[in-house]
Design a protein around this ligand. Sequence first.
Ligand code: ZN
Ligand code: ZN
Length: 148
Amino acid sequence: MVTTLDLEPLLRGAALRVTRPRVAVLSAVYAHPHSDTDSIIGVVRQDLGEVSTQAVYDVLRTLTVAGLVRRIEPAGSVARYESRVGDNHHHVVCRSCGAIEDVDCAVGYTPCLTADDDHGYVIDEAEVTYWGWCPACSPSVGIRPAPN
Ligand SMILES: [Zn+2]
Ligand SMILES: [Zn+2]
């Protein structure tokens, strides 16, 4: 469990001034990975009381640029934020309810960064999204795999 005290050095380490909205937003992202902005606003308001939507958007942008949170945006989904940064993890997304889980890189290192043709680009990230049905949704669509 990450406490507010743990988050302040993170902000300072990223050369960001420690403010209550920044700490509140960061702790909301830590506590609720893959939350969308509306959910984060809800959590922050429970913590701080009234805080403007724009303020939360601004803080999320600042934290993302500083590399303290990662912004993901699966196709058809709103932007979501998570505190697990700096690794090459991927996501599995439920087509039905939109649930998102972390998936480690398929083979544990990063051959998936090796594009067949890099077109001369220096590539440092590959974003992979696995799509499917979460356990709660798969029975209702009748594609639950047969047990072995
Ligand atoms: Zn689902
Ligand atoms: Zn993730």
